[in-house]
Design a binder for this molecule. Sequence first.
Ligand code: ACO
Length: 434
Amino acid sequence: MSKDTLTVTDNRTGAQYELTVENGAIRAADLARIKTSDDAPGLLSYDPAFLNTAACKSAITFIDGDQGILRYRGYPIDQLAEKSSFLEVAYLIVKGELPAASHLRAFVHNITHHTIVHENIKKFIDGFHYDAHPMGILVGTVGALSTFYPEAKQINDPESRKIQTHRLIAKMPTLAAFAYRHSIGMPYAYPDNDLSYTGNFLNMMFKKTELKYKPNPVLERALDVLFILHADHEQNCSTSAMRTVGSSQADPYSAVAAATAALYGPLHGGANEGVVRMLTQIGDRSKIPAYIKRVKDGEVRLTGFGHRVYKNYDPRAKFIKRIADEVFEVTGRSPLLDIALELERIALDDEYFVSRKLYPNVDFYSGIIYQAMGFPLDMFPVLFAIGRTPGWLAQWAEMLTDPERRILRPRQIYVGHDVRDYAPVSERRDDNPI
Ligand code: ACO
């Protein structure tokens, strides 16, 4: 008869242990029972970069990387991207269910009426250098919001969590657009509550002297769908940062600042910017084979390819190709698209990429679309951050309400010096690095 246990024999001692298997996992803490003697330290599991460690139980996002499946709260990503709006998906992710019509109306109203930021925020955005990266401005300003809402420290109060969640989803586009306007020396454009969430964001980004900005409906919908595709992605680097900082009971603005900082890196939210830079650098389809050779020689990476979890096509990348066609109908075809398509075709036919299961990820095409819509490269990770905010907040709330919640604190394997005595400066060798 099969049992949901794992029997481990410690060959150092000959002792046997039975470990419970639950949800396809053993508890790493159970390994601590495995010791060579009563006073020896228990066995640790060593997993740099968390390749095979589940750090939490979560009911938000399901990914099957081998099958290329992504679902939010059980709903397949393609159904949501096809039929839903970003704010409806945000509600689903944060609250767990799709909203009834009246609840959606109330949610949209709440978010819409929290889009304005305190006037002082403008002052410290003004303090940034004229060419400051908007992602750097976003990290700083979203963290600074915590000083405007000291009650956000009441992280165990569901009502406080709800208000901060509304504020953060609402204000991220405002901070993002203000950061952009600062970088091009344009006056800030205030939110327009008549517009949709995404329409208003386009208004705050691109409004010039017209009395009322009218977003192009195709571009508005395309960006809304891109936000949906980025809304959550289980325990990725930035979400882990959100949970780690949140676990110390920091307020959600500080935790979102940490998550945004994690997203800033070129291996995570910076990849879409990297793709456009890479495609621009390649410049012509004829130069693709030479670039692929450099990738295979280990000189550079093919940005926008590969994923820690997806070892099959990224389901978001599939959908994004369709959006690209719709956007290019309006904006005209980007010359980078042809290079991207050819690069993808060659890579998917090449043993190097096939054997490593490297497929285009969400960023491979999203950058080209953003660029066609008029967003500068620096804004790409910022757009990602806007889309990901509901996911970060849902994961944060889930962590706080988890009965097993504790401060996140990994263990280590110490490989440094054994104990040694302090030497006065006059007796130290001078061949150590300065
Ligand atoms: N180009 C070329 N080779 C690659 C690439 C790539 N983009 N990605 C992985 N590889 C190779 C590695 O060199 C390695 O080969 P090896 O076994 O011969 O050493 C193998 O594939 C496995 O790569 P890892 O780095 O171990 O994979 P990991 O899961 O740690 O990294 C990551 C995943 C960071 C996404 C990686 O694929 C990468 O750097 N991609 C490019 C950056 C990118 O597009 N990031 C966006 C990710 S999606 C997101 O954040 C929304």
